[in-house]
Design a protein around this ligand. Structure first.
Ligand SMILES: *Cc1c(COP(=O)(O)O)cnc(C)c1O
Length: 423
């Protein structure tokens, strides 16, 4: 063990995290039995508790059949209510404001059905140019759905020439200048590519001052950074739970609607039988009576066996708490950032994520000048057992996750990058 590796081991002893609560995949390459996993921003690792919890829900189905709706250990009809407390604490919502349902892009569409209401000159949607493609396709298809030309209706925010990330002041300046034409602002809270954490309260306030509705895609923010959606007066938000929230591939998503919109009869929604108040669901009435909560945005009865892992995971976040997680996250990512500083200095690599910990979550994105991100991540995995994630053509993303990643993982990633990329 060299001196740097010893430092990493010592720091793990002092600041251990909760790795023992997770399954860590075995490595197929390199000198270590387990992978150094940095792809929790893409798909989180499974909590050990998930399998037994899920098995209990399955056993209820075998034992009870349809009676499980009311008689299961965790009854299926009100199952989503078990998630309401933990998920609202996670995103800083009132319990009436947050719900787990559907998948992320579906939730964005359901929320835009209510909150993207182009009228008169106010028709445009403001997104970031580096938006995740699903968001880009979603807003363009919404514009078309309203009979608008998506090229004209979607306004894309770009960093200044020569810069990698957006500046809050520039976003606010665009809102001030273009405000009267902007119907909706829909940005990523943490950008999936650059790892930049946006100033959610400042941009929300600027967008609303310009007369727009402001929604946030929190796919890379939920479970990564502390959120206070209610206090920040965010209009609506959605996030998936399979990234930092470790609920499994395709795991169910979350949705937030601010209290001041709840129960507003003027707000259109797309409805199904789960939109009506629970007490009225089996009246089989032709007209719904939605509750004055975000549950009015639910459409279908939820997939219980997909809700289970979300519940298990959210309980873990509830127990550990976002404040403690964020503190460890800043230490862990700060450590990786220091190690990367040395590696990139002599190589055609460049960290594009903001240096200021207040402007990033746990992810650090490394640009590989003239190289292929895909080829590099393949080498990292096959030769060193380091699981990073490539966004072609040239960005490698490394996300040390405070629940289960270690300082030693960070040392392995920096060491592997130094060996894999010639100075
Ligand atoms: C991961 C991610 C998605 C994925 O969308 P799904 O509907 O869950 O498939 C969408 N938007 C952003 C910003 C993401 O990071």
């Amino acid at each position: 063990m060299n001196a740097a590796e010893e430092v990493a081991r010592r720091r793990d002893g002092d600041d251990p995290g909760h790795r023992d609560l997770f399954h860590i995949p075995p490595a197929t390459g390199g000198d270590h039995p387990e992978v150094a996993y940095f792809a929790g921003n893409s798909l989180g690792l499974p909590p050990r508790a998930a399998a037994a919890e899920l098995a209990a829900d399955l056993a209820d189905w075998a034992r009870l059949g349809v009676e499980g709706h009311l008689e299961a250990g965790r009854a299926w009809l009100p199952y989503h209510e078990l998630l309401t407390g933990p998920v609202s604490r996670l995103v800083g919502a009132r319990p009436s404001e947050a719900v787990v349902m559907n998948s992320l892009t579906v939730n964005l569409h359901l929320l835009m059905a209510s909150f993207y209401r182009p009228a008169g000159a106010r028709t445009r949607i403001l997104i970031e140019d580096a938006a995740f493609p699903s968001d880009s396709y979603a807003v363009r298809s919404q514009a078309r759905w309203h009979g608008l030309d998506p090229d004209a209706a979607v306004l894309r925010l770009r960093p200044r020439p020569g810069e990698d990330v957006l500046r809050t002041a520039d976003v606010c300046a665009v809102l001030a200048a273009e405000g009267p034409t902007v119907a909706l602002v829909l940005l990523g809270g943490v950008n999936y590519l650059t790892g930049e954490l946006m100033d959610i309260p400042a941009i929300t306030a600027a967008g609303q001052a310009a007369g727009a509705v402001v929604g946030w895609d929190l796919a890379h923010a939920a479970g990564n950074v502390p959120l206070a959606l209610h206090d920040w007066n965010v209009d609506f938000a959605a996030w998936c739970s399979y990234k930092y929230l470790n609920s499994g591939p395709g795991g169910l998503a979350g949705a937030f609607v601010h209290e001041r919109h709840l129960g507003d009869p003027a707000l259109p929604r797309l409805e199904g039988w789960w939109s009506t108040a629970a007490a009225t669901r089996f009246e089989m009435a032709p007209v719904s009576r939605p509750p004055a909560t975000v549950e009015a945005w639910q459409v279908s009865n939820p997939p219980i066996f997909a809700m289970g892992p979300v519940r298990t995971s959210l309980e873990l976040f509830d127990k550990v708490g976002m404040t403690a997680l964020r503190a460890r996250s800043e230490r862990l990512t700060g450590y990786l950032a220091e190690l990367l500083d040395e590696v990139v200095a002599a190589r055609p690599l460049h960290v594009i994520t903001p240096r200021d910990p207040a402007r990033r979550g746990c992810q650090l994105s490394v640009r590989v000048s003239g190289g292929s991100a895909g080829a590099l991540t393949r080498r990292l995995r096959e030769e060193y057992g380091v699981i990073a994630d490539a966004r072609e053509p040239d960005v490698v993303r490394l996300a040390p996750v405070p629940l289960y990643s270690t300082y030693h993982d960070c040392w392995r990633a920096a060491d592997a990058l130094a060996r894999a990329v010639a100075p």
